[in-house]
Design a protein around this ligand. Structure first.
Ligand code: 26Q
Length: 810
């Protein structure tokens, strides 16, 4: 137990060593770094013990390979997980310092785009909190996802320089650097009747690991997130330097440094850039080399690698782990193809996160071959053997099936196909998504490898989204049902016993109101917009994408505004529609949608005639920290993607846990949310998955008939182009055209009527306070099922074969 007195001493000592100052002399930043050092010290011993324990037991370990990790800030979490939050808070309060101000100093690493990167962190959190041997591999991007600001309603991007100040959570490990090879050629060297392959004339990039401890929740376990950074093997080109060619001397270094310069800001669109391929191979090669080296050092026979090690491929981005592991086993450990292949397939597992065709990675063969000649050779051989297997074992004769299955197709390498062939498990991220993979997108693979396919519905860190983000709701829960739910969140269902207790329901509404007041203040401080916390807070915060249909949301707001204008005395619950989210910088329509939201906001928010019944807010630079402020304040959670498009969604689970009512299409995990909470506690609308597919198949969706046939739709949409919003001529023409002229790919007009109805229902339900509070309670109560602890339990059991390893204290 850390006492206040010991803590005081430790902070004072840390201040002398990190800032050369006494407590009285130090400023808030000095104190932040000093506290960070104290946390590092307390973490270090447990970290080392965890490592020793895991190595000594030789317990099966999973290595999670992901191009993205959206960690959020660390300080608050680390204090909480180490069990020293309260004493630290007490200590600083004694000195009139609010811990929140200290937390604000930390830069938030934005090393991910959205759902996929946040899920990776949830999984590391759960692995560590369940004392399972599991570690992450990723890239240490110098610049994370761009910082978004809104200027004149438009999104502006600036680099996110999260490493500008010192990052106290990372530990550089130069002695564990590995070499990654690019380019060159392959020499075939005959040895007797066999061949070996020698990679020649390649260039080397040094991969240097930076480790961040992932502390488990009060369980004396610390796992590792290892992020690789690219360094040049030569300081600078001396020949060029002595010739006086300074540019040439630094060129190579610049090229190397570019590998980890920046995270690609797209999350749903594949764009075959050479640098991206370089990044992916950098992660894969450094990581797989590290896995093999660790195994060998720990006395694990490589013939049995799969019994000790699992490699997880987070979407196709690290798919080259398959040929890379083959390369190492064959070229460096002289294993035969057949044996290496069996081990590789048993070691690797793959998660698919999307059904969107435009997001599928397909690399041009010429690019792939030139940059990674040996990986190309192995990929080609994998494909040749796979095609032979299809003919000889699975007796496939149909050209169409062969075409769909082949890894190499029309001068490209299809990374989904490579991932499936090279893994023993492939999973989708929600039940509907996994079913659609089996029945539709990947049915040819399902026909030959049915046993590989499974579902693992996503999950969220309840420790963050409930215990930390909404302390009052967590405290109320503990008062009502005891503390068991903190480590076993399914117990939250016991809250249902209190559904009819008016005191409890009053308290639930009170907590929500407090949270809304806090968000209201943040909104006012950052945008100057006044919002009414007595009304409904309706939130849609996520990446801006056509399929997520922020456009449908704002069109409905335009319709409401119009109704209010015609009848300013209309009886309605005041509503605030809150948006947040980034658009990929090259995604033109998504950026126009941001401009549209801000344009409507400006007109509506400044209109005194509607008497503050309607407000629209766009919060800039959405991040994990901002989500933590927004989600606890939501009454309504907008999860309105076109059915079949959102693989799972995870924010839907966070809002539910915080007692928001979901306004949902039957897409992704929304369906499972409905099953858990019951149809009376969610509002659903819109086309079903099979109806969407039916339209595709028949090709008979006709948005124009809806536009011309429905005056409400026509009047609303026309406001985009008839000068109503006083924007330059043609500003929103592309949005209008996407609906009316280009076929409304995401069925916004088709679903609009039922969306309006659903919104009306929400408005009516909110008038009945106790009914609403009861729904809110049910949502929280039933959200425990979506804890990532359960998701990880299933990955560990059914895919990885990883078990809890009781922590030892030395
Ligand atoms: C690929 C190639 C080149 C550049 C970028 C990319 C790229 C980067 C990120 C492609 C996709 C992503 C991220 C995808 C993502 O976040 N998908 C979401 O994953 C969540 C977790 O499973 C799901 O809940 C969401 O439904 C899904 O959209």
């Amino acid at each position: 137990m850390l006492t206040k007195e010991t803590l005081k001493k430790e902070i004072e000592e840390a201040l002398y060593s990190t800032a050369g100052k006494s407590f009285a002399e130090s400023d808030l930043t000095d104190k932040y770094y000093a506290l960070g050092n104290v946390v590092r010290k307390h973490t270090g011993k447990i970290w080392s013990e965890t490592g020793k324990n895991q190595r000594a037991s030789k317990a099966k370990t999973v290595y999670y390979f992901s191009m993205e990790y959206l960690t959020g800030k660390f300080m608050e979490k680390n204090l909480e997980y180490l069990g020293i939050y309260e004493v630290v808070k007490d200590f600083f309060e004694d000195h009139d310092i609010c811990l929140g101000d200290l937390f604000d100093i930390e830069a938030e690493p934005g090393l991910g785009n959205g759902g996929l990167g946040r899920l990776a962190v949830a999984f590391l959190d759960s692995l560590s909190s369940m004392s399972m041997p599991g570690h992450g591999y990723g890239l240490r991007y110098e610049k994370g996802l761009f910082k978004q600001s809104i200027e004149n309603g438009y999104q502006k991007e600036e680099p996110q320089n999260w490493l500008k100040e010192q990052n106290i959570w990372e530990f550089k490990r130069p002695s564990e650097a590995v070499e990654v090879r690019y380019g060159g050629g392959i020499q075939v060297i005959p040895i007797g009747k066999k061949f070996t392959f020698r990679h020649v004339d390649y260039s080397i990039v040094k991969a240097v690991p930076y480790d961040t401890p992932f502390i488990g929740y009060k369980n004396h376990n610390v796992n590792t997130l290892r992020l690789w950074s690219a360094e040049s093997t030569e300081d600078l080109n001396l020949k060029e330097f002595s010739k006086g060619n300074l540019c040439g001397a630094f060129n190579k270094i610049d090229e190397v440094k570019s590998i980890c310069q920046v995270l690609y800001p797209d999350d749903s669109y594949y764009d075959g850039k050479r640098l991206r391929l370089k990044q992916e191979y950098f992660l894969v090669s450094a990581g797989v080399q590290d896995v093999v080296r660790k195994s060998v050092n720990n006395g694990i026979p490589l013939e049995e690698l799969h019994k000790y090690t699992a490699i997880h491929i987070n979407d196709t981005h690290p798919a080259m782990a398959v040929p890379e592991l083959m390369r190492i086993l064959m070229d460096e450990y002289y294993m035969e193809w057949e044996q290496a292949w069996k081990i590789t397939v048993k070691t690797c597992a793959f998660t698919n996160h999307t059904l969107l065709e435009e997001a599928m990675e397909k690399w041009d063969i010429s690019l792939y071959r030139d940059l990674l000649p040996r990986i190309w050779q192995i990929t080609e051989e994998i494909n040749n053997r796979f095609l032979a297997e299809l003919r000889n074992v699975h007796r496939i004769t149909s050209a169409e099936a062969m075409d769909k299955l082949s890894i190499i197709h029309q001068n490209t390498v299809r990374m989904v196909n490579l991932s499936i062939v090279g893994s023993h498990s492939i999973n989708g991220v929600a039940k509907l998504h996994s079913d659609l993979l089996k029945e539709r997108e990947l049915r040819h693979f399902y026909n030959i490898y049915p046993q590989k396919f499974n579902n693992k519905t996503n999950g969220i860190i309840h420790r963050h989204w409930l215990l930390s983000a909404n302390k009052n709701l967590a405290d109320l829960t503990e008062d009502l049902i005891g503390p068991g739910f903190k480590t076993n969140p399914i117990q939250m269902r016991e809250l249902l016993k209190h559904s009819n207790d008016k005191q409890v329901l009053d308290r639930i509404m009170e907590i929500k109101h407090e949270n809304k007041k806090n968000l209201s203040k943040y909104i006012y401080d950052t945008t100057g917009i006044k919002t009414n916390p007595h009304g409904i807070f309706d939130i849609q915060a996520k990446r801006i994408h056509e399929y997520k249909r922020q456009l449908m949301n704002i069109l409905h707001v335009m319709y409401l505004y119009d109704k209010l204008k015609t009848n300013p005395n209309m009886d309605m619950v005041p509503r605030t529609f809150i948006f947040a989210g980034k658009a990929a910088p090259g995604y033109y329509i998504a950026k126009e949608i941001i401009k549209l939201i801000n344009t409507v906001a400006r007109v509506v928010n400044s209109d005194l005639t509607i008497k503050d019944k309607l407000k629209i807010v766009f919060l800039e630079d959405y991040s994990v920290s901002l989500a933590t402020k927004m989600i606890p304040a939501a009454d309504v959670s907008e999860q309105i993607s076109t059915a079949t498009k959102e693989a799972s969604g995870t924010s839907n689970m966070k809002y539910m846990m915080n007692g928001a009512i979901t306004l949902a299409t039957l897409d992704g995990a929304n369906i499972e949310i409905m099953k858990e909470v019951g149809e009376n506690n969610i509002v659903v609308f819109g086309l079903k998955d099979y109806e969407v597919y039916d339209f595709y198949q028949r090709g008979n969706y006709d948005p124009q008939s809806l536009y011309f046939g429905n005056p409400v739709i026509k009047e609303t949409i026309d406001k985009l182009v008839n000068g109503y919003f006083r924007v330059p001529y043609g500003e929103f023409q592309p949005i209008y055209d996407s609906l009316v002229k280009y076929g409304d790919r995401y069925f916004i007009l088709k679903d609009f009527e039922s969306y309006m109805q659903a919104q009306r229902k929400i408005g009516n339900m909110y008038r009945n306070k106790y009914q609403w509070a009861e729904m809110s309670l049910s949502n929280t109560a039933c959200s425990g099922a979506f804890s990532s602890d359960y998701t990880i339990g299933r990955y560990a059991n059914e895919i990885w074969g990883v078990k809890t390893l009781t922590p030892r204290k030395d």
